[in-house]
Design a protein around this ligand. Structure first.
Ligand SMILES: *[C@@H]1O[C@H](CO)[C@@H](O)[C@H](O)[C@H]1NC(C)=O
Ligand SMILES: *[C@@H]1O[C@H](CO)[C@@H](O)[C@H](O)[C@H]1NC(C)=O
Length: 268
């Protein structure tokens, strides 16, 4: 079931796993990675909900929030009772896109052992996936294609022992930084305020947050039900059919094609 559902996104990705040549360790690691790559539990799509147990008053701006992707950065906004993002302003277009992603090996032969990456849809129509990564110099979370992400921290992403929360490089070092001073930026114009960072050196982002307010946050994995996933894919499928009828040259012509092409959103 999950296989069929995710087939659309994952059609080509298993073949994209780099072949580790040589040493026996590489081979056994590759084997483990292949098993991991085929593990459907890792591929169950989830949203990320935020909790923050700081006593500070500003904590209520991020506690009970949800993660959204916007302007190549990763943000926290409040969520409604259906766990959908509440935009800071009503007129935001296109609407905010909530993180909806899963784990998959990052395709890079230079990374040995290979690292478990994290992808998310960045739009539902057309359905596109991007990598979630931490900028190597600023430690802010960003999203982008392989070219944009490869020089940065792309893993290893994981979950806590009970599988309920997200971790990176073995721990939950996520913090929200107040970028409400973003006047003149696209996110400032939209009223986005709390950007997600990874406190990689565990020193409160020393030298990196420019005196801005910072709050420690936890990122809960809220699994999407199969029903939700199916609904999304059916919707996407329906839209694609409408498109391909209108223009045979569109990238979504035949169902077989559809499977191969869209894997990383953009081919690079
Ligand atoms: C898949 O992942 C789950 C969760 O970590 C684990 O319990 C299960 O053993 C894994 N299955 C395989 C085939 O590796
Ligand atoms: C990948 O992302 C980079 C930077 O965001 C962009 O310049 C490039 O066009 C993208 N590549 C493809 C193939 O879409």
């Amino acid at each position: 079931m999950a296989g069929t559902v995710l087939g659309l996104f994952l059609g080509g990705c298993v073949t994209a796993i780099p072949v580790v040549t040589g040493v026996a360790e590489g081979v056994s690691h590759q084997k483990k990675q292949n098993e991991e790559a085929a593990n459907q539990t890792r591929m169950i799509k989830f949203n990320l909900v935020v909790s923050c147990d700081s006593d500070r008053e500003i904590a209520n701006q991020v506690d009970h929030g949800v993660i959204v992707l916007r302007h190549d950065k990763v943000w926290i906004v409040p969520r409604n009772e259906n766990n959908k993002p509440i935009p800071p302003r009503d007129d935001i277009k296109p609407p905010l896109h909530a993180f909806a992603g899963f784990y998959i090996q990052y395709p890079d032969e230079e990374r040995c052992p290979p690292e478990r990456g994290l992808v998310s849809t960045i739009s539902d129509d057309p359905p596109m996936l991007n990598w979630i990564y931490v900028d190597r110099s600023t430690y802010e979370l960003r999203y982008g294609n392989r070219t944009a992400s490869i020089a940065h921290i792309v893993g290893e992403w994981d979950w806590t022992e009970d599988e309920s929360r997200l971790i990176l490089e073995g721990w939950e070092g996520f913090v929200a930084v107040d970028e409400g001073d973003g006047e003149g930026t696209p996110w400032g114009a939209e009223g986005l305020r709390w950007a997600l960072y990874f406190d990689r050196d565990d020193n409160g982002l020393k030298g990196r947050r420019k005196g801005r307010d910072m709050l420690e946050v936890e990122l809960g994995r809220r699994l999407q039900s199969e029903e939700e996933q199916l609904k999304q894919l059916e919707e996407a499928d329906r839209k694609m059919q409408v498109k391909s009828q209108g223009d045979l040259k569109t990238q979504f012509t035949a169902p077989a094609d559809k499977k191969k092409k869209n894997v990383w959103g953009r081919k690079d």
